[in-house]
Design a protein around this ligand. Structure first.
Ligand code: GLN
Ligand code: ZN
Length: 760
């Protein structure tokens, strides 16, 4: 009977670590206070797993900020600018790298594979001297041992660590990071030696990069690394997750003698089972079978999972299958116990991290022939109730989505013709100015929304406050002489939650937080049923805003793929199906806005890029349905209605043809941190006929760009793009900025556009 958990959320059931970290950063508590909260959390997690009966309990899956940064500390790869003295890395150096300090900005942060978790990108080069500098893995192992719990220390593996790094400043972009393998491995070896001395029998190396499209020399590096690390009398488990592994990679790692167990994802790794079936599994290894979904919040269908595990056992051998989670539970919510507002029916369908651990053990027991009949029976009842519930199934929605299938949906008139028609009505100057949607969210605004939600203020009072805010924002934009206005989104807490709350098929948690980066967490909505729109969601506010001005007012919506990618989604139908349902709901809103006199409608697809699958072979399919969903939202509008979209992150070069295929009239994109990259696509001759607004300044920074600098940026864009398609706008929404920054920045932006108009 063997069970394993890949990793566990660190924040605590009520985000205890977040508050402890922030209080420490604010100087309101001591190092010791923070360490105490962290230790209590770790111990409670270990105890919970031990009580439930998990055999392989992870340690060192805790982190004060990020596990990749922990690895950077472990190997002593601190960028020289942080002035580290070379001793054991303490909070000072660690948090300076994570968050910056009075003199220096933080290191770069980027998304961990296709999750919403962000890691701190290591900066390496030929000069990097690796040296064992953080004993965290060993300390945490010992800490668990002290309370009598044997654990498996978890460390980011050397291949993944190097592949996720970037060349340090001044190192050529072409530098092969993998060439550092020889110099980093001795540190890993030292850590293994120390763990062995402390009594560890297993160590887990997380190597999720093995699911990516790797080159043969990467696999060679992998082989070399693990052969080098072998021979301590410590058993190594290599964990992979987030997808199945490519066939060649599978062949390579299964042959490797140095590894005692291999962890495979059976949830996202849809081909994992057939991979094992057709290529076999080595008799000298254990299979850590990731069957309990670490990326979602649904209760596992135990009957189905058990059947798969039995199948695996016949392939792999009796006693060789260890039941596990598909990945670290870091990517799911912490404990269902604290959900006080979810109704009993929906709650019964869910399992957060704490519940998933119980599932893992129950499945392991069942595999060993000790099925907990009562637990399995109640699970079967829950699974059946979810399948048949009228709250999940909406025949009308299913029919409408069914009717979409097999045909394309797009506007009939080509974009160049539509733009001419729109211009006749909108009468905009060249280089028209606009913003992305939100204006600063003040403390006062947040208070009003909160008090309205908790019934502390009446609806009339709430409406009045929001309308006042809209009026203020409209007046400001007119004073600034912006051409296409926005209402400022004061009624929205969040661009997905706002829509989810008004759509049927969504549920919300009170404590379903998932770590995004550092102490930051997000609380994704749960899409549990067929999605429909009972009534208009934004029409009231947009019409009000338009009534205040003669300038065009943009209707502001969130697109289907972004709503999908930022939610916990159904696992009982393909993502594409859910996306189509949302698309139809947004389509209704688009058409209501148009009928209500709104001539410009922006449908944000901020998260389209980040939903891209990890493997290239799957990109085309995703982009196909994602882009189709967007077109469905607006295929029914008149030629004269102008459809905008907005996207965050500037790495578009590889998906530019899909962006063009969205067929929006105007796209505004985050760009200011990488001008050159974006513009190079157009320089290389990609034909782009629609309107485009690459952000002219970075809204993530409080810095106020001056007119000249903005004009200079626009000038560079004009060198590659036609004058009549270029728009002038900031990178993204302004909600995190202060008015003191927004007003001068927008003043300079408008001045730059006006200046250039006189030059052209
Ligand atoms: N309209 C949204 C806003 O301005 C867009 C936010 C985003 O792209 N993340 O806030
Ligand atoms: Zn954005």
């Amino acid at each position: 009977m063997a069970s394993h958990v890949v990793g566990y959320p660190r924040m605590g059931p009520k985000r205890e670590l977040k508050f402890a970290l922030e209080s420490f950063w604010d100087g309101k508590s001591s190092e010791a206070d923070l360490q105490k909260v962290a230790k209590d959390l770790r111990i409670s997690i270990w105890k919970k797993m031990a009580d439930v009966g998990v055999k392989y309990i992870p340690s060192n899956s805790f982190s004060y900020y990020d596990q990749v940064l922990d690895t950077t500390a472990m190997v002593g790869a601190v960028p020289p600018r942080y002035g580290w003295n070379g001793g054991e890395i303490g909070f000072d150096t660690y948090f300076s790298m994570a968050r910056g300090n009075a003199k220096l900005p933080a290191m770069e942060m980027t998304k961990w594979f296709d999750t919403n978790y962000h890691y701190i990108v290591p900066e390496l080069g030929p000069e990097t001297k690796f040296k064992y500098s953080s004993h965290k893995a060993v300390d945490e192992y010992k800490e668990a041992k002290e309370i009598g719990i044997e654990t498996v220390p978890v460390i980011v593996g050397p291949l993944t660590y190097l592949l996720l790094s970037k060349p340090a400043k001044g190192v050529p972009k072409t530098f092969e990071l993998i060439s550092l393998l020889d110099s980093i491995l001795p540190v890993y070896k030292e850590v293994l030696g120390e763990l062995k001395a402390a009594g560890a029998t297993w160590v887990q190396f997380d190597e999720p990069s093995l699911v990516l499209d790797l080159e043969p020399y990467h696999l060679e590096a992998f082989k070399k690394a693990y052969s080098f690390l072998e021979g301590h009398g410590i058993k190594l488990v290599v964990e992979t997750y987030f997808a199945d592994i490519p066939v060649e990679t599978y062949k390579t790692i299964t042959q490797l003698k140095a590894i005692s167990a291999l962890g495979l994802d059976l949830v996202r790794g849809t081909k994992t089972l057939s991979l094992i079936k057709s290529h076999g599994f080595p008799s000298d290894k254990y299979l850590f079978a990731g069957i309990v979904d670490g990326r979602n919040i649904w209760a596992t269908d135990l009957a189905v999972a058990s059947a798969i595990l039995k199948d695996l056992e016949t392939l792999v051998g009796k006693g060789k299958v260890v039941v596990s989670t598909s990945c670290s539970l870091l990517h799911t919510a912490v404990d269902l116990v604290n959900e006080t507002k979810l109704d009993d029916e929906i709650k019964s369908w869910l399992a957060f991290a704490a519940q998933k651990v119980v599932e893992v053990v129950a499945l392991a027991k069942a595999l060993a022939g000790q099925t907990d009949q009562a637990y399995f029976a109640s699970n079967a009842a829950v699974i059946a109730s979810r399948k048949t519930s009228s709250r999940v199934n909406n025949k009308a929605v299913q029919k409408a989505v069914g009717a979409l299938k097999g045909s394309d949906h797009r506007r009939v008139t080509p974009v160049s013709v539509r733009l001419d028609e729109q211009q006749k009505k909108l009468n905009l100057p060249i280089l028209p100015t606009t913003t992305i949607g939100s204006f600063p969210q003040t403390v006062e605004l947040r208070r009003v929304r909160r008090e309205y939600k908790s019934n502390k203020i009446a609806e009339a009072e709430y409406i009045q406050s929001i309308q006042q805010e809209i009026a203020k924002v409209v007046k400001l934009q007119e004073d600034l002489d912006i051409d296409v206005l926005v209402h400022g989104e004061p009624e929205r807490n969040d661009m997905v939650e706002y829509f989810g709350e008004q759509l049927q098929g969504f549920a919300f948690t009170v404590n379903g937080w998932v770590q995004s980066y550092g102490s930051r967490c997000v609380k994704p909505p749960i899409i549990y049923g067929d999605v429909s729109r009972p009534k208009p969601m934004t029409l009231f506010w947009s019409k009000y805003a338009q009534s205040l001005t003669n300038r065009p007012m943009k209707g502001m919506l969130t697109g289907p793929v972004t709503i999908l990618n930022w939610s916990f989604v159904r696992n009982d139908q393909p993502r594409s199906e859910t996306s189509m349902q949302i698309a139809l709901a947004i389509k209704e809103e688009v058409e209501d806005l148009e009928a209500g006199g709104i001539q410009v409608i922006q449908i944000d697809e901020a998260a389209l890029r980040e939903g891209l699958p990890l493997r290239k072979t799957e990109h085309a399919n995703y982009l196909e349905w994602a882009v189709h969903g967007f077109r469905i939202t607006n295929c029914g509008v008149k030629d004269t209605t102008q459809i905008h979209t907005h996207m965050c992150y500037s790495n578009f070069n590889d998906i530019i043809h899909s962006i063009i295929d969205m067929d929006a009239d105007v796209i505004t994109i985050e760009n200011s941190r990488s001008d050159e990259k974006l513009l190079s696509v157009f320089r290389e001759g990609v034909k782009y006929g629609a309107g485009i607004g690459p952000g002219v300044y970075d809204i993530h920074s409080p810095r106020i760009p001056d007119t000249e600098e903005i004009a200079d940026r626009i000038g560079k864009m004009l060198a590659v793009l036609e004058t009549n398609i270029l728009w002038v706008n900031p990178d993204c929404g302004l909600k995190t900025r202060k008015y003191g920054e927004v007003v001068p920045a927008l003043t300079n932006m408008v001045a730059a556009a006006k200046f250039l108009r006189t030059e052209l």
